[in-house]
Design a protein around this ligand. Structure first.
Ligand code: NAD
Length: 361
């Protein structure tokens, strides 16, 4: 199969991890007989420097014309004080809105080999955590009407959802649950918020189409507590933009390793999806061959699965990552006892980790 992939290395460690992801993509292409062509996209801080705009239209257009988009990360201290209208994060919102990717999938998976990095007790973690959060990405309070009173003493933001915006997220939640452990939890604040009551109404109206999925509702306050008290009760969580933003960060932290977690943002399926590690640009370690590329490599697996329907290829990438971890290879962020890993000769840098995954594929 021939596919065009837009690459947005971005800033900080973005280029470091994207280089390794491309090595993995090239290896997959070779092994499975595909042809991947890459188009480079400049966005974030680098685009502010070059164009005074974090996501110029022609750069977004390259993404819209590609079959899929892979993003490293954007931002860094150099651009902390630029005008708010051109901050690097504007590139992220511009990409999500421009590409109309309304659902953010964030798997929070604890790799058993990295159990010591998990901050929770052994008896809570058991044989592992594997949660998929489906977060609404282009609606709700982050996009609702906002304002300030003329005296500057009042400010407001509005949580507003339409039936369709909710239905497409809840349906995705049901569909993923069907293929996993068959439990969907819809997280809301329906005891207080009108918009949350609409989430429940929509969910109730379609739940009959998914008789094999167990459906639960949880209020966001309870859900954030349950996530650390008993994370194994969760399979798929579907929720609004803001609740998903907060819960997915909490879920990623309990797996213990920010350098391991991938994400996908999907739209209607007619255009490309946006794939990226959940971590930021980590300016403290940029360009030093230290960053863990596995989150980006696992994002590539999601791209192969969701945009290209290449399940076998996706599994090959995921298995390769598992095999590398099984053999004890670690970048410093997942090493735990760094001296011990070093003594075993298993401490590796960004490039070596990418090459190890390639070898396993
Ligand atoms: P961060 O995720 O960049 O870094 C947090 C900590 O985790 C740092 O100590 C960093 O060294 C470490 N880390 C992150 N990724 C790692 C990896 N792959 N391997 C090893 N260690 C890793 O978060 P931050 O420090 O809050 O933000 C830094 C910059 O990134 C900011 O400018 C922020 O706005 C931006 N940011 C961008 C995105 C994005 O592009 N999607 C997301 C979050 C933050």
């Amino acid at each position: 199969m021939k596919k065009t992939i837009a690459l947005i290395p971005g800033d900080g460690i973005g280029p470091d991890v994207i280089d390794e992801a491309v090595k993995v993509l090239n290896c997959v292409a070779n092994k499975f007989g595909h042809e991947f062509t890459y188009k480079n996209v400049i966005a974030g801080g680098k685009a502010i420097d070059m164009f005074k705009n974090p996501l110029p239209k022609e750069q977004l257009d390259i993404c819209l014309h590609a079959d899929s988009v892979l993003l490293g990360a954007v931002g860094g201290p150099k651009w902390d004080n630029v005008d708010a209208s051109i901050r690097p994060e504007k590139a992220l919102l511009g990409l999500r809105g421009g590409m109309k990717v309304f659902a953010n999938l964030r798997p929070a998976v604890m790799f058993p080999q990295l159990k010591n990095a998990c901050p929770l007790k052994d008896e809570i973690v058991g044989d592992g955590i594997d949660i998929l959060i489906v977060r609404e990405l282009t609606g709700g309070i982050y996009f609702g009407e906002r304002g300030n009173s003329s005296d500057g003493k009042t400010a407001w933001d509005t949580e507003k959802y339409t039936w369709d915006e909710i239905e497409r997220i809840v349906r995705l939640g049901f569909e993923f649950a069907k293929k996993r452990r068959k439990i969907l939890t819809v997280v809301d604040k329906a005891n207080i918020l009108n918009s949350s009551r609409l989430w429940r109404k929509v969910t109730e109206s379609i739940k009959g189409e998914y008789p094999d999925v167990e459906l639960n509702y949880l209020y966001i306050d309870n859900a954030s507590m349950q996530l650390v008290r008993n994370p194994r009760q969760f399979d798929v969580i579907a929720t609004s933009n803001m609740f998903g933003d907060i819960l997915s960060d909490e879920a990623s932290q309990i797996t213990g390793s920010i350098g391991m977690l991938a994400s996908a943002s999907l739209g209607s399926g007619k255009g490309p999806g946006l794939y990226e590690p959940i971590h930021g640009s980590a300016p403290d370690i940029a360009g030093k061959n230290i960053a863990n590329p596995l989150a980006t490599i696992l994002s590539v697996a999601m791209m192969l699965r969701y945009d290209f329907k290449m399940e076998e290829e996706a599994l090959a990438v995921e298995k390769a990552v598992n095999d590398v971890l099984d053999e004890g290879w670690r970048t410093s962020d997942i090493a735990g006892d760094i001296e011990a890993v070093k003594a075993q000769g298993k401490l590796v840098g960004t490039k070596e980790m990418g090459s190890l995954v390639v070898e396993k594929i």
